[in-house]
Design a protein around this ligand. Structure first.
Ligand code: GLA
Length: 405
């Protein structure tokens, strides 16, 4: 069943969100996936065994594995430029001197998972072989290597233009048809290997309306470029599609772009906090060898991770307290809330102006009258009462978990 209004009383709304229609039900993806991806680190140069193993070691030494970070995802450029004579994908021997399986085995032995990247068209976005017409045999190859996650992009896909461009703006049909053969192949092998299927069509054709029929998560926008404008563009758009996320199928707001120096610490807190409460996958896009302490503190915030991983799987969205102005398209609205299995999360975002932000709990969806206990996840402040207030610096965020007192 799909999500409906978020203004219902808590018990009623909980009972409505236990199931999400999901045609790719192979038993995984019931919570937003957490991990790391090579793309934002060094694009093609990071698609190597060295980065994969190094990151796996860092997941353990930095305590990230214990917090739930699990998938080591290698993005575009891991293969050679063409298939072999038998039509198989070939790992680039310079980047994978011992092949993929040896690395997958090592990563599995560390209690982690390995992901790879492919494309529904003739070529990947960076021009490596795509899977169109090879879906069944490519999945068999992933199974033989022990791959756990497959991001599936939409470059060089069927198009009314000839030759096909990298990005087809006139597909002449629904992009969803590009994802069906691979989804069916993943279902075919589900008793051998449970593969998380991550759709990447940049939010075309309102993918949130049908993504759960095809994959476990779906990119709902074009790329996060790592700047504040990207956080604003993607974060604000997430408010309108919250109802489509749920266990088994989540809006993917794209990889986290922390640690690049393009966002300041306030902006990194808002980026991570907003992705967490909207139930986006939390996929780190940074070099863990170079991480600053302030960024490390953000990605290790256990309270926020627990909110993101809450079993209810409901995404927070905006609500308008009495007397506050309406949301502005493309800007991050200050007031967000969403139900948790044991309470409600409230997000307060100083997306457009620093200032004092206050919320009366009685005006928050799913709360109602009464006194509530609350805890703020970035400062650790706690309290009890009918409201909360915080002075918030420009582009910073506070995330409050509220339970009935
Ligand atoms: C697309 C995707 C990115 C990344 C690149 C790789 O642009 O949206 O996330 O995977 O391709 O080429």
């Amino acid at each position: 069943m799909k999500h409906t209004s978020n203004t219902l009383p808590l018990l009623l709304s909980l009972s409505q969100y236990w199931q999400v229609a999901n045609a790719l039900d192979n038993g995984i993806g019931l919570k937003p996936h957490m991990g790391w991806s090579s793309w934002n680190v060094a694009q093609c140069d990071a698609a190597s065994a060295k980065y994969a193993i190094d990151t796996a070691n860092k997941f353990i030494s930095l305590g990230l594995k214990d917090l739930g970070y699990e998938y080591i995802n290698i993005d575009d450029c891991w293969s050679t430029g063409s298939r072999d004579a038998g039509g198989k994908l070939v790992p680039d021997p310079k980047k994978w001197p011992n092949g993929i399986k040896a690395v997958a085995d090592q990563i599995h032995n560390m209690g982690l998972k390995l992901g790879l990247y492919g494309d529904a068209g003739q070529k990947t976005c960076a021009g490596y072989p795509g899977s169109e017409g090879h879906e069944a045999s490519d999945i068999d190859q992933l199974v033989s290597w022990g791959v756990d996650f497959w991001k599936y992009d939409n470059c060089y896909t069927p198009c009314n233009q000839n030759p096909r461009p990298q990005t087809c703006n006139s597909p002449g049909g629904s992009t969803k048809t590009w994802y069906a053969p691979m989804r069916d192949s993943i279902l075919r092998v589900q008793n051998t290997r449970k593969i998380h299927f991550n759709l990447c069509n940049w939010g075309r054709d309102k993918v949130w309306e049908w993504g759960a029929q095809y994959g476990h998560s779906w990119r709902m926008s074009v790329d996060n470029w790592g700047d504040w404008a990207s956080v604003e563009r993607i974060g604000s758009a997430a408010a309108g599609i919250a109802q489509y996320s749920g266990p088994g199928g989540f809006n993917d707001l794209d990889m986290l772009y922390l640690g690049s120096s393009r966002l300041n610490t306030n902006e990194e807190r808002l980026h991570f906090g907003l992705w967490a409460i909207t139930k986006s996958p939390l996929v780190l896009g940074l070099d863990l060898n170079k991480i600053k302490d302030s960024t490390l503190a953000i990605i290790r915030n256990k309270g926020l991770i627990d909110i993101n991983q809450d079993s209810l799987g409901r995404a927070a969205t905006t609500f308008r307290p009495p007397g506050q102005p309406a949301p502005v398209a493309g800007k991050i609205y200050p007031y967000w809330a969403g139900p948790l299995s044991d309470g409600v999360v409230i997000g307060l975002c100083a997306g457009t102006a620093a200032g004092r932000y206050s919320v009366n709990f009685a005006g928050v969806p799913d709360l109602g009258q009464g006194d509530f206990q609350w805890k703020e996840m970035y400062t650790g402040q706690t309290g009890m009462g009918k409201n909360v207030s915080f002075d918030i610096a420009l582009h910073d965020m506070r995330v409050v978990k509220v339970v009935r007192g």
